[in-house]
Design a protein around this ligand. Structure first.
Ligand SMILES: *Cc1c(COP(=O)(O)O)cnc(C)c1O
Length: 398
């Protein structure tokens, strides 16, 4: 943010929320600003990250992928090994602690693939908080295992049937709930999106990914990696992975966004490639929209990347060319999903498979004796059935 107004990343970001939320956002900002440097809070957060989430997550050398791809050495930052199987819990734990400090006994969240809903339901159970998860009715169906787990953990799912009935509508519904219940409720936003201070809070809570990776890599190689790759939906695992490296100008950064089925509006979620500046869920960022400024529904084979906006800091990192964002189609992501499963013995999330596809290209162009770290944002159990269905000729879901 540097010299800019707080909450802005270059021209992007800010707080464009309904007035009814101003007080809650200001309370959250001041609580966070106090707690982020508070020794006791930091100790509390570190305690849960270690003893509940299982951090630090390992940095695994991917021997077989390195050999197969024939270029740079490949390293995997294993967020798939966290409790609940993805990076989402890093943020959910931190925000649940913030909620506790603000005296709020009810938490709500939006979810797409169900991973953030699962992480929120998990911390809701662990901290004894009433938990409501907004999930698009389409996603409840295509991510049924996660939906069932959320219920098992004692949280309540409210399926959202408006519009496309996916992540965008679930987010709008969660914001509406928050506006009505701000005095009792904290809204745990699941990605680096939304009005200030959410993009900053989520980034800071996910920054542990890159911080650990940098330390772990230095320990084994005594240098910085040459490149870092992560997939981008709203952008939380990517910004968490990038944060420590942005200032290291020699480290090349790559983001993988969902190219879906093609380049026509409605066929993809490639916000950075095709998006234009606009406003979504309280922030100014790049958005997939038509010529009249209407938001166009996004598509991706991976529910977690299926969002027509992107975190404002990514819009800025794209505009300033610090990060190279590339598009990966559904078909390419599925090919990487299968390749990584068979070659490395790790079934990645379909979201993460997008990052692997970009990493393969980057590794080849970097060449041998270089090092590339991939953020392995989550495991792919939730996607196995969907991939088998598509391979059997079922076609991508709507
Ligand atoms: C949610 C999710 C993503 C996409 O969200 P970001 O906020 O862009 O990180 C990526 N990978 C996995 C495994 C996820 O669960």
């Amino acid at each position: 943010m540097g010299k800019n107004k707080p909450g802005y990343f270059g021209e992007f970001g800010g707080r464009y929320a309904p007035e009814i939320l101003t007080e809650a956002l200001e309370e959250l900002e001041s609580t966070y600003n106090k707690l982020k440097n508070d020794k006791k809070f930091k100790k509390e957060l570190a305690y849960y990250l270690k003893n509940y989430v299982g951090r630090p997550s390992p940095l695994t050398f991917a021997e077989r992928l390195t050999k197969e791809w024939g270029g740079a050495r490949i390293w995997l930052k294993r967020e798939d090994l966290n409790h609940t199987g993805a990076h989402k819990i890093n943020n959910a734990i931190g925000q649940a602690l913030l909620a506790r400090h603000m005296g709020k006994k009810r938490i709500i969240a939006e979810t797409g693939a169900g991973q953030h809903g699962l992480a929120t339901a998990t911390v809701g159970a662990m901290f004894g908080l009433e938990t409501i998860i907004y999930m698009g009715a389409v996603d409840v169906k295509r991510q049924n295992l996660n939906a069932k787990k959320i219920t098992m953990l004692g949280a309540k799912i409210l399926p959202v049937t408006s519009g496309e009935a996916t992540l965008k509508e679930a987010t709008s519904e969660a914001m509406r709930d928050w506006a009505l219940n701000v005095s009792t409720t904290h809204y745990i936003v699941g990605s680096a999106i939304g009005p200030h201070p959410f993009p900053t809070i989520v980034r800071d809570l996910q920054a542990i990914i890159g911080l650990e990776a940098k330390k772990q890599f230095r320990k084994v190689a005594d240098k910085l990696p040459d490149a870092v790759v992560a997939c981008v939906g709203g952008g939380s695992n990517a910004i968490g992975m990038f944060h420590e490296f942005i200032k290291e100008k020699k480290v090349l950064l790559f983001g993988a966004e969902a190219g879906g089925l093609g380049s026509k509006p409605g066929e993809h979620s490639a916000t950075i490639t095709y998006g234009k500046t606009g406003f979504i869920h309280g922030t100014k960022t790049l958005i997939i929209q038509d010529e009249f400024g209407q938001i166009v529904p996004a598509h991706s084979v991976s529910a977690g990347l299926d969002y027509p906006g992107v975190g404002p800091q990514h819009a800025h990192l794209a505009k300033s060319s610090r990060v190279d964002y590339r598009m990966v189609t559904d078909e390419q992501a599925i090919a990487s999903f299968l390749e990584v499963s068979r070659i490395e013995g790790i079934i990645p999330a379909l979201e993460t498979a997008h990052a692997f596809y970009v990493a393969k290209d980057v590794a080849k162009s970097l060449g041998k004796k270089k090092d590339l770290i991939i953020c392995l944002s989550g495991r792919g159990d939730k996607d196995v059935e969907e991939v088998l269905r598509i391979m059997a000729g079922g076609g991508a879901h709507e």
